[in-house]
Design a protein around this ligand. Structure first.
Ligand SMILES: [Zn+2]
Length: 211
């Protein structure tokens, strides 16, 4: 998701801490983190190098952006996974993008991983969110301007995002978290989780127009 953002890098430091497999409640059906093609893409650059952002203006990019992503078992492929998580963060904070959120499919990787900026927390920290699922959507809606790193030069007002959601996910340590998120940050969650299901915000605009 693209808007002006305030940089915050300390979460990156956390990525160097070890993940504890014993704290991971991975799902039985969670797959190994990446395909061989995705591994090649990730290993093409170093941890501080952004990845190429897939755009709907490119046909093959557009096809991938419409696919659903897989859950990730964070106990597998841990070195590649950590590299990917760092590179995905570098991509969203890259001055060329300057987003407030990004989802893995936007760099060609169909894994349920997003980075987003928490405007509901002090200092607006960046957080890596793994295998997120929205459990509850509030009936109350909100009006919000949206843009997308994968949709060049388009911003629009969406009117049908829920005001608050209850979302569950894993953090980078594999800890299961469930929380209620409201207002602008909940729009970022909804926007990025849509990406994991192959849905773009322009689809939400079309849905609103057809009502
Ligand atoms: Zn987007």
């Amino acid at each position: 998701m693209s808007f002006n953002q305030i940089s915050s890098f300390f979460i990156l430091l956390l990525l160097f801490a070890s993940c504890s497999a014993s704290k991971t409640n991975s799902k039985d059906n969670a797959k190994s983190a990446f395909t061989s093609e995705e591994k090649t893409l990730i290993l093409e650059g170093s941890a501080d190098e952004p990845m190429r952002v897939y755009k709907i203006t490119n046909r093959s990019d557009s096809l991938l952006l419409r696919k659903a992503s897989r859950d990730v078992d964070i106990t597998k492929d841990t070195l590649v996974l950590r590299l990917f998580i760092k590179r995905l963060k570098e991509t969203v904070v890259d001055p060329k993008s300057m987003g407030v959120g990004i989802a893995a499919p936007q760099v060609g990787v169909l894994s349920n991983i997003i980075w987003l900026q928490r405007f509901d927390k002090e200092g607006f920290p960046w957080e890596c969110i793994i295998n997120p699922k929205i459990i509850t959507y509030s009936d109350e809606k909100q009006v919000c301007p949206e843009g997308c790193l994968s949709i060049p030069e388009k911003t629009a007002i969406t009117k049908n995002r829920s005001k608050s959601i209850i979302v569950k996910y894993q953090n980078i340590y594999g800890i299961e978290i469930q929380e209620e998120v409201s207002d602008f940050t909940s729009v970022i969650f909804q926007h990025e989780i849509d990406h994991l299901n192959g849905i773009l915000f322009i689809d939400r605009l079309e849905q609103e127009l057809s009502k």
